[in-house]
Design a protein around this ligand. Structure first.
Ligand SMILES: [Zn+2]
Ligand SMILES: [Zn+2]
Length: 424
């Protein structure tokens, strides 16, 4: 019996991993232009970090965390999201006087959820956190950066920026009370019209009722009071400021009063970038302000804003857009010991110049090696037999034109570098 992966996880095979590299490297480079530097935090933390940051009564902490006791008797959890660890790292490194602090992260997160198409128990996020600035310009800068990123990776079409305000500790409790009053007052055929999940949310996390996807709950949510009408003056000012910044930057946006967050630490601005390209409206990036989290984790008052994007979804979107497959620049086919040795030298010199060169190394006949060269997609195959090896020569075959020529091995690099060859 072969052992397979655990339920809800999967391998990223090399072809897809190429896409992931592209997504990650473009992100790290672009975020770098805005001043973000990468931080790498551990995959597991003391469980208390997440119950304090994310919230005891959230689905994540109650039902979805991978929590275990290690051999020393300590309760640890695999990280279910990135922000709590980043803030912990910020405080632990004593950086509270070095604001603004801009960091990005990438890597796996873990949640015990029901596996579905596109949803995994180990999933991967790219995210950014900006600690320090309190004003709405910080929010607008992040939104502009996300859109900039999505355009650069070729996913700029069909995006919508949705924004909302979730209020703060001063104004949210009052709104929450009003919302619960409304939700309890809505009549249904047999008691509450809300789904079973939402009846539970009504007690524990009533804002979540607003983003339930079931039609019966959406009908109720559509007429619910909205947070934006109940903001305290500072929250209302912040939201007005954000709208003004977005308009100043000419970034189109949509107000979505039903956008809430499953995590307790969000305050004020919540935002999502959605796309219709995968059928239904799907978020490709989600973020928001969390002005009280640093203090909640034992630090001083430090306002902050961050977002995350799911790599699985980005990769899926990108797979839908035609991209050139990552073929090598050249494939080396060699028969005989001397030819293999010369092939290795030629390949090394080409790699030294930054070209991707794949050597066959499977041995066997010229014919079988040529089949693999064809399959590799390389525009050029370097063929070496006994005769070529003895003369220090290489037969260079242009795979598309089906033409070939003999070159001294030192001439291969300048030949591959000519525009007609590089262009395929
Ligand atoms: Zn407020
Ligand atoms: Zn519901």
């Amino acid at each position: 019996m072969m052992i397979q992966t655990a339920r809800g996880v999967r391998d990223i095979l090399p072809e897809e991993a190429e896409v992931w590299h592209f997504l990650e490297e473009t992100a790290i480079t672009l975020f770098g232009l805005y001043g973000y530097q990468e931080v790498r935090t551990p995959l597991f933390e003391k469980s208390g970090l997440f119950s304090r940051a994310v919230g005891e009564t959230t689905d994540i902490v109650e039902k979805e965390m991978y929590t275990f006791t290690d051999r020393g008797g300590e309760s640890l959890s695999l990280r279910p999201e990135g922000t709590a660890s980043v803030v912990r790292a910020f405080l632990e490194a004593g950086l509270t006087r070095q604001l603004p602090w801009r960091v990005c992260y990438r890597g796996p997160m873990f949640r015990y959820e029901r596996p579905q198409k596109g949803r995994y128990r180990q999933f991967h996020q790219l995210g950014c956190e900006l600690l320090g600035p309190a004003g709405p310009l910080a929010d607008a800068e992040q939104m502009a950066m996300i859109l900039d990123y999505l355009r650069r990776v070729g996913l700029g079409e069909g995006l919508t920026l949705e924004i909302n305000s979730l209020g703060c500790g001063a104004c949210r409790p009052g709104y929450r009370e009003g919302l619960v009053g409304y939700l309890r007052s809505v009549p249904g055929d047999a008691g509450s019209p809300l789904c079973e999940n939402c009846r539970r949310r009504l007690r524990e996390n009533p804002l979540r009722v607003l983003d339930c996807k079931l039609p019966e709950c959406r009908a109720v949510a559509a007429r619910a009071p909205v947070m934006r009408d109940h903001l305290c003056p500072p929250c209302a000012d912040h939201f007005r400021g954000l709208v003004a910044e977005l308009e100043g930057l000419a970034l189109p946006y949509v107000l979505n009063p039903l956008m809430v967050r499953g995590l307790d630490y969000y305050t004020r601005t919540a935002f999502e970038v959605t796309t219709t390209r995968l059928g239904a409206q799907n978020a490709v990036a989600a973020g928001g302000r969390y002005d009280s989290l640093v203090a909640q984790l034992g630090g001083p008052e430090v306002p902050a804003i961050g977002f995350a994007m799911g790599l699985e979804r980005l990769a899926l979107l990108l797979a839908e857009s035609p991209r050139a497959a990552a073929a090598p620049a050249a494939y080396v086919v060699a028969v005989g010991e001397a030819a293999e040795l010369l092939g290795a030298r030629v390949a090394a010199s080409l790699r030294g110049a930054g070209l991707r060169v794949v050597a066959d190394l499977m041995g066997g006949s010229m014919k079988s090696q040529m089949k693999r060269a064809d399959r590799s997609g390389a525009p050029v195959t370097l063929i070496l037999g006994e005769e070529e090896a003895a003369k220090g020569q290489v037969m260079v075959k242009n795979m598309a034109a089906r033409t070939q020529r003999i070159l001294a091995w030192e001439e291969v690099l300048p030949y591959l570098d000519t525009p007609s060859v590089r262009g395929g």
